[in-house]
Design a protein around this ligand. Sequence first.
Ligand code: COI
Length: 359
Amino acid sequence: TDWIREFAATSRLSDVQVRELADTAGFGETFTDHMVTARWSADDGWHDPRVLPRRPMTVDPAMVGLHYGQVVFEGLKVYRTPEGGAAGFRLAEHCRRLARSASRFAIPEFPEDLFLESITELVRADSRWLPSICGRALYLRPTLLGTETTLALRPSATYSYLLLAFPTGSFFGSVAESVSVWATHRYSRAAPGGTGAAKCAGNYAASFLAQQEARERGCHQVLWLDAVERQWIEEMGGMNVFWVCADGSLVTPPLTGTVLEGVTRDSIMVLARRRGISVREKRVGLADFLADVTAGRITEAFACGTAAAITPIRKVASDIGSCDLGGGLAGPITHLLRSDLTAIHHGTSGRPERWMTTL
Ligand code: COI
């Protein structure tokens, strides 16, 4: 591919300032110096890939993506290797999920080779932003959006690809040790046949009020129940959920089309099975979950996602009851899986990992 590379003539921050920010900045707060863009049209397909200094864009006020929400995105992480290089986690998996999200929104698929090249280009341009501390990474946000200027209610005739990056640690910032969740009976996230499995911008905007309800109840995160019967546990505000039974087995809600197909969710199932831990994808009702925790049949629960990594859940609250788990500390299975995943991310597992792509 013919890349146009336009590097910042003078960067806004010194190397020392960048190193400090890379190791301290919170989720989505401080962006790197560059971004990648590409464009799609029916005649040329995906074309014109560029690495540019990160700067505001000019869009027409009647852009399709703004009005009708034809926007999907990904979230993936790039870690520093022990040798000082950079490696991305399950990049092909993220690209495939972006393609599935795009397809649900009638957006043309973004090619895998261009996806991988764009990540390599941006990480090279912004290598000084790669955090050096274990548990921190460069978070990359590939986004596809309908850019045509029209308010006609049909798919856009033109699209843009954007790739942004920022350094981050735990999504939950200073409360990273564990989180409490509020299971809402008031709002729903996704209905059968809807967009729940797609990583679309609108799913996140639609979670804000439920997230506010959770905060008003003193919880960090919303826990979504299914939209039809309002009883089956599905996922959290921006991450999947697992729990551990007293026999040491793992349970997570199944991918029914209303749950986001988490890359971390899938990785945890693989890692658990490698450890000989049995994993079931099973519908569990909130009432049964609360009863099982109270009776000691469920001993640990955790949130997982690219942003959240693996974060223990210490409390589940709702209108029908609440329960406490683990006293705020990661239980033994949560701890084990988190150590396995972290070792792979940072290249310290002692074995070659096909999940990591050196950039
Ligand atoms: C991620 O985990 O990468 C996400 O995209 C969810 C985030 C927006 C909370």
